[in-house]
Design a protein around this ligand. Sequence first.
Ligand SMILES: Cc1cc2nc3c(=O)[nH]c(=O)nc-3n(C[C@H](O)[C@H](O)[C@H](O)COP(=O)(O)OP(=O)(O)OC[C@H]3O[C@@H](n4cnc5c(N)ncnc54)[C@H](O)[C@@H]3O)c2cc1C
Length: 335
Amino acid sequence: MYDLVIIGAGPAGIALAAEARAVGHEPSSVLIIEKGIQHNWAIRQFYPAHKKTTANYKGHVAECEGLLCIKDMSKDETIRFFDDVIAHYNLNITYQVEAYDVEPVEDEDGRHFHVETSKGIFETRVLAVAIGVLGRPNKPKEYRLPPSLKDRLMFDITSRRIENEEVLVVGGGDTASEYVQYLFQQNNRVTLSYRQHEFKRLTGTNLTALMAMEQRGEVSILRGSNIDKVQDEGGRPHVHFKEEQYPARTFDTVVYALGGTTPVNFLHMLGIEFDSNRPKIDRHGETNVPGLFLVGDLTVSNTGGSIITAFNSAARAIKRIDKMMRVTQPSHSMV
Ligand SMILES: Cc1cc2nc3c(=O)[nH]c(=O)nc-3n(C[C@H](O)[C@H](O)[C@H](O)COP(=O)(O)OP(=O)(O)OC[C@H]3O[C@@H](n4cnc5c(N)ncnc54)[C@H](O)[C@@H]3O)c2cc1C
């Protein structure tokens, strides 16, 4: 029986485990379950290779409430930062284990959770879900994506190397801007389709970079463009726009940067109540299921969070989790 099991070794899960260690809990009483082969699986997959990780991402205030904090740095430095945190706090992470169900159990010792995973059941007194939203990228709802184009309609830019191609990026947030910058560096000819006329959601550096690229002719921006349909033309996506000013065009690849969604079904399955499509939590991240916490991107609004908001959610959660853990006895088993 673990005192605390955390599902997901991203910024939130790692920060929560580090906070637990810092207030005196043994490495063996806190376990992180991660489905990837390495920590921060989502960041490794979705951040472009030379991306700069910004502390005030999406305009979130870069003020750290707890143990962990970051400054602006490269993607590699970001991964190394977490390597160091894991080593420093001696965090206990089990990789390639995917959690797919949780069952609250009441017995004479009180309430605990059975976490069902691809590698068996783990038992814990307190459970924190830190699986983020990046694993479920938003897909366009207004038109069908031909299955035959599966490899050419992408939702990240690391699952296939995109070089010397005609690429359409769809979206208008920071991720879309960063994908445009990266894809240009990889010798692609890049077009950006955004349904709005102005880039109001972009942070300063990404807006400046995108506008400068447009001026230099490095990206063609289709403002106020809405895709009507995508067809398979000889194995390549042929994109029709609703607006007459934008004629249909064939691209080698379309990359969607439309953000991620809360894994609603998974959270419903855990018995978590929702309020207007957002999971109901208190200020410590505890849900209506006592002892079941959410941290990281799952706790922020639909516009998405940042690494620092993930750290801060962990700092708030540990204040209550610590008290709960102190009334439990560590003894560990995997059924
Ligand atoms: C392209 C892009 C650029 C960004 N740039 C920045 C930036 O510059 N600065 C910044 O602060 N933020 C940035 N962000 C946002 C930031 O990455 C997220 O806010 C942050 O990663 C959220 O952390 P998290 O721990 O909640 O979730 P995640 O980082 O999504 O981590 C979740 C972890 O849980 C694992 N997992 C998921 N499901 C399961 C399961 N069922 N069982 C076990 N493990 C599971 C995943 O593999 C993953 O490792 C960016 C996001 C994107 C997409």
